[in-house]
Design a protein around this ligand. Structure first.
Ligand code: DGL
Length: 259
């Protein structure tokens, strides 16, 4: 049995392409449709109800393209809306959450840092997660403005460098040995972050874990694409496609559409 329908992914913008890249690397034969809702970014500043409404709109769009599984490639949308999405739709829905567990389990200093949006750090789901790791000191930091700068293509601007220094300093002073990137936009900042953090601090994100989870669910349901040709990837954006184009390493089909 083979299922050639696409894996559908959405994010508030271009950040979730870090998740898409992990999925595409693990499952190269799969067709994928990625939706960048950049017009409405950042989600991290919105209310829970607004995030739920946007997540439903995005999921609906992907289901209209017959996607066989939905990957919410956004921590903010996952932590605020995944329950509602799963209650509303029958199709499997994979979420992405900050990788607190591997960081807490492997930390030698018993202190980890997490950089995420306000929407993620204030969510009920995130609070429930950290309760399970109450033996670990967690230094939380909201990444104010980072998503907006990334959406503007400012990965290396002086403002970006200054903000990162300000956000990471208290974590370094607290002796963290793991930094969890709790927003799918942030892996694009790793080169900048590495220039600021001492080498002994490890950086982790959730891309590969989400890719493995997506594969497992498709396998369990006999829904993998067993083809041998590389899958087709289509990217939709409701903003200037140039930003998406710049962040993708290779040339892909990008469609600009108002949704
Ligand atoms: N990529 C989203 C996340 O993972 C960014 C949220 C936002 O738009 O603020 O949280």
């Amino acid at each position: 049995m083979t299922n050639t329908n696409s894996i559908g992914l959405f994010d508030s913008g271009i950040g979730g392409t870090s998740i898409w890249a992990a999925i595409h690397a693990l499952l190269p034969a799969e067709n994928t449709i990625y939706l960048a809702d950049s017009k409405n970014a950042p989600y991290g500043q919105k209310t829970k109800d607004e995030i739920i409404a946007l997540s439903i709109k995005n999921t609906q769009f992907l289901l209209e393209q017959n996607c066989k599984i939905i990957v919410v490639a956004c921590n903010t949308a996952t932590t605020n809306a995944i329950k509602e999405l799963r209650a509303k739709y029958d199709v499997p829905i994979i979420g992405i959450e900050p990788a607190i567990k591997p960081a807490a389990q492997n930390s030698a200093t018993n202190t980890i840092g997490i950089l995420a949006t306000r929407g993620t750090l204030n969510s009920e789901l995130f609070h429930q997660t950290i309760l399970k790791f109450d033996q670990t000191k967690i230094v939380e930091q909201i990444g104010h403005h980072l998503v907006t700068l990334i959406e503007n293509g400012e990965l290396e601007s002086p403002q970006m460098k200054e903000l990162l220094k300000t956000y990471l300093k208290p974590m370094i002073e607290s002796n963290i040995d793991y930094l969890v990137l709790g927003c799918s936009h942030y892996p694009y900042l790793i080169p900048q972050i590495k220039k600021i953090l001492p080498k002994k601090i490890k950086i982790i994100d959730s891309g590969e874990a989400v890719a493995r989870q997506t594969k497992n669910i498709l396998q369990e349901r006999n829904n993998l694409n067993s083809g041998t040709q590389p899958g087709k990837s289509i990217f939709y954006t409701n903003a200037d496609p140039k930003v998406l184009e710049a962040i993708l390493k290779h040339k892909h089909t990008i469609i600009q559409k108002d949704f």
